[in-house]
Design a protein. Structure first.
Length: 262
């Protein structure tokens, strides 16, 4: 099952690689600014950016550190990220094809490990967390950003279902409490969690996943038929024509440290 999901991820991102480089939500945003400003980088740091996607984190950190390794499962995404980052004049970034759940690196190698808006595609997120801890030097930090599910069961179910309908490579957006549990259980010590309200523009959200028109219409109809308490929670904005303009989700920035005794 895990291999099937990873194949879906590769297929999905291979055909849409360029869109993720130019996507406003990925290229910019206060979450990316917070990650960079909180990274505590020094010029001698060795950084790993897991599931680099369009390469925005690697691109932002490259001028601040000695070396960045940008890792992604999908060859086409790596190529798009490389073109973007080299085009910005950064020559201290390595591009490596690899699996977030089976990192191709030795233990205790990186000072900083980052992962932004990607973990909801991982079939075994616990393995990702343990692998991030393994390749990190004692005292190193994990900087993680991802969309999260609400704590209430019905809201969690709704959000993950619509994401899955939009993009078959979506596995699960985890709750904030689940992230804390997974990280601390693996051996990390939590330092920071910051929540961001995240506005999804429906048309752009569907276009980024190349969702065909028929499926898009079915998804929209399904969302509009949700109970009013759910539509209110996700703050649907609907046009005069009865179409979804946007809805509100949530993402979090998490900073966790690998204790020196691990």
């Amino acid at each position: 099952m895990s291999d099937i999901i990873k194949s879906q991820v590769q297929k999905q991102f291979a055909k849409n690689a360029g869109k993720y480089v130019t996507s406003t939500g990925h290229a910019k945003g206060e979450d990316l600014e917070l990650l960079v400003s909180s990274s505590q980088t020094t010029p001698d740091m060795n950084v790993l950016d897991i599931a680099t996607g369009g390469g925005h984190v690697a691109n932002a950190l490259a001028p601040l550190v000695q070396r960045v390794t940008a890792l992604d499962l999908t060859k086409e995404m790596l190529q798009a990220a490389e073109q973007f980052i080299l085009g910005n004049g950064h020559d201290n970034v390595d591009f490596v094809a690899g699996d977030a759940e089976k990192l191709p690196f030795d233990d205790d190698v990186f000072d900083l490990v980052t992962c932004r808006i990607a973990a909801h595609h991982f079939p075994d997120v616990s393995s990702f967390v343990h692998e991030a801890l393994r390749v990190m030097k004692p005292g190193g930090r994990l900087l993680l950003i991802d969309n999260v599910a609400p704590e209430r069961d019905e809201n969690d179910q709704f959000y993950n279902e619509v994401e899955k309908c939009r993009d078959a490579s979506h596995v699960r957006a985890w709750r904030k409490t689940e992230w804390i549990h997974m990280l601390e259980y693996a051996g990390f010590r939590m330092e920071t969690m910051v929540s961001f309200q995240k506005r999804f523009k429906f048309e752009e959200w569907c276009n980024r996943a190349a969702l065909p028109e028929r499926e898009r219409n079915e998804l929209e109809a399904s969302m509009l038929s949700a109970p009013s308490i759910i539509r209110k929670f996700f703050d649907f904005e609907v046009t005069k024509n009865g179409k979804i303009d946007s809805f509100q989700g949530e993402s979090v920035y998490i900073q966790a440290i690998k204790p020196t005794h691990v």
